[in-house]
Design a protein. Structure first.
Length: 430
C-alpha cells in the first residue's frame, strides 16, 4: 500500500486540521485528484493524490490535528482484493488477535477471581495503547477522559464513543455531591448559579478562529496601540462616482467603489508619513519602500486580510478588480497563502456591517490600520451661518506608538481626509 502523507504546507505552517475528506474508502483515484481538505492557521489547502489507486484506509477523521509528514491514509494499487475485502481481512486479523488476548485474560481471571474491574480495563491496551476508535479518541480528548480508565462493553475490548461518554457522565455524577458538600457552608454568601438544565450548544473553535484569537491578544500585549479619529465629508467622492460610474463600468467591466479611493488615499499618505508603512524587528525599524495594502474581508471561518500588491502602481480599475477577485476567493475559501502574507498596511471597512465608529486592532507586524465606517447623512456647519446635510464618515487610525508619534498619526489621518475630500488629486495621480 502507498502512504498518503501531509505535504509541506508553507514555511511557517507545520500542522493542520482535517476539515473534510473528499473521498471515501473504496474510491478509485487518479494522480492529481483531491483527497482531503486541511484547515491551517490561514487558509484551507486541498491535498491531492500523488499516485493512481484505490483508497484502502483513512487513518484520521474530520477535526483531527495532523502534522506535516504524518500518514493520514493508505492508497492501494487497485489490483487483487477490493478495498472492502482488504479491510475485512485486516479487521478479521485484528479481531482474532483480540480474541486470543481476551482468552488469555479470561484464563487469568479464573485464577484471580477478585481482580478489580479497573485492572481488567488496563489489559485492553495493545502495546501500552488502549484500543479505541478514532471517534472515541477524539471525544476523549474533548472531554479530558483517560482512555485507560474507560470500561467498555465491546467483547473485543475496543473503546467506543458511547463508552467514553458513559465514563464522563459517571465521573461528573461522582464529583457533583463532593462539590455540593464542600460548598455547603458558603451557599448563603454566594450568588445563585446558572441553571445547568438551560439549553446550550458547545462548538469547537476552528483552527483559524483560534489563530485569530491568539494573534489579536498577542498584538494587544506587544504593541503600544493607540487610535486617533477624524471625519470625512464624502460629498465629492459620491458626486464623482455618480458622474463617472456608468462610463467606468463600460470601460473596465468593474464598478467604481469606495475602496479604490481609500486605497489610493492611504498610499498617498504613506508616502508622506513612511513610519506608518514599517515594522519593528528587534531594535530596528524596517521602512518598507513598497505599498502592499491588506484589505480585511469577512469570511465564514473568520476575518482574513488578502493583500493588494503594489497598490501604488495600479489604476482605480486595477485596484477594484484585484479587491473583487480577492474577496471572491475569500468567500469561496480559495485564497492561497502568498495572497495573505507580506502586507505593509491594512484597511478594514466596518461600515458594510453598519458600524458608525470603532477602534481597529493592528494586523501584526504592521504598525498601522485604517478603519472605515458607515456613511451617515447629518447636518454639518459649512460656516458660521450655514448648515447643510452632508454624507459623513468617521475614519479611525490605530497605530503602534512605539515608532509612530501622536502628531504623525494625526497628520497621516488628516492627509487621508484631505485626499478623499478632493478626489481629483487621486485621479490625477492615476
Amino acid at each position: 500500500m502507498i502512504e498518503v502523507k501531509v505535504p509541506e504546507l508553507a514555511e511557517s505552517i507545520t500542522e493542520g486540521t482535517i476539515s473534510q475528506w473528499l473521498i471515501k474508502v473504496g474510491d478509485k483515484v487518479e494522480k492529481g485528484d483531491n483527497l482531503v481538505e486541511l484547515e491551517t492557521d490561514k487558509v484551507n489547502i486541498e491535498v491531492s493524490a500523488e499516485n493512481d489507486g484505490v483508497i484502502e484506509e483513512l487513518l484520521k477523521e474530520p477535526g483531527d490535528n495532523v502534522e506535516v509528514g504524518e500518514i493520514i491514509a493508505y492508497l492501494g494499487n487497485g489490483e487483487g482484493s477490493s478495498s472492502k475485502s482488504s479491510k475485512e481481512d485486516t479487521s478479521e486479523k485484528t479481531e482474532a488477535k483480540k480474541e486470543e488476548k481476551q482468552s488469555a485474560e479470561e484464563a487469568k481471571s479464573d485464577q484471580e477471581s477478585k481482580v478489580h474491574a479497573t485492572e481488567s480495563s488496563e489489559e485492553k491496551s495493545e502495546n501500552g495503547r488502549t484500543v479505541a476508535s478514532p471517534s472515541a479518541r477524539k471525544l476523549a480528548r474533548e472531554l479530558g477522559v483517560d482512555l485507560n480508565k474507560v470500561e467498555t462493553r465491546d467483547p473485543l475490548g475496543r473503546v467506543r464513543p458511547d463508552d467514553v461518554k458513559a465514563h464522563a457522565d459517571k465521573a461528573s455524577q461522582k464529583e457533583a455531591p463532593k462539590e455540593k458538600k464542600q460548598d455547603a457552608p458558603k451557599q448563603q454568601k454566594q450568588s445563585p448559579e446558572p441553571n445547568d438544565s438551560k439549553p446550550v450548544e458547545r462548538v469547537k473553535m476552528s483552527r483559524r478562529r483560534q489563530t485569530i484569537a491568539k494573534r489579536l491578544v498577542e498584538v494587544q500585549h506587544t504593541a503600544a496601540m493607540l487610535t486617533t479619529f477624524n471625519e470625512v465629508d464624502m460629498t465629492a467622492i459620491m458626486e464623482l462616482r455618480k458622474r463617472r460610474k456608468d462610463k467606468f463600468l463600460e470601460d473596465n467591466d468593474v464598478k467604481l467603489g469606495f475602496m479604490s479611493f481609500f486605497t489610493k488615499a492611504v498610499v498617498g499618505a504613506l508616502k508622506k508619513y513612511p513610519r506608518l508603512n514599517a515594522e519593528i524587528q528587534d531594535t530596528d525599524i524596517v521602512l518598507k519602500k513598497f505599498y502592499d495594502i491588506g484589505i480585511a474581508v469577512g469570511a465564514e471561518e473568520g476575518l482574513v486580510v488578502p493583500v493588494v500588491r503594489d497598490a501604488d502602481k495600479l489604476s482605480f480599475a486595477g485596484i477594484e478588480q484585484e479587491i473583487g477577485n480577492l474577496a471572491k476567493k475569500a468567500r469561496d475559501n480559495k485564497l492561497k497563502l502568498d495572497e495573505l502574507q507580506g502586507g505593509s498596511f491594512t484597511i478594514t471597512n466596518g461600515g458594510i456591517f453598519g458600524s458608525m465608529l470603532s477602534t481597529p486592532i493592528l494586523n501584526a507586524p504592521q504598525v498601522g490600520i485604517l478603519g472605515m465606517h458607515k456613511i451617515q447623512w447629518r447636518p454639518v456647519a459649512i460656516d458660521q451661518e450655514r448648515m447643510e446635510n452632508r454624507p459623513m464618515m468617521y475614519i479611525a487610525l490605530s497605530y503602534d506608538h512605539r515608532i509612530v508619534d501622536g502628531g504623525e498619526a494625526v497628520s497621516f489621518l488628516a492627509k487621508i481626509k484631505e485626499l478623499l475630500e478632493d478626489p481629483e488629486q487621486l485621479l490625477l495621480e492615476g
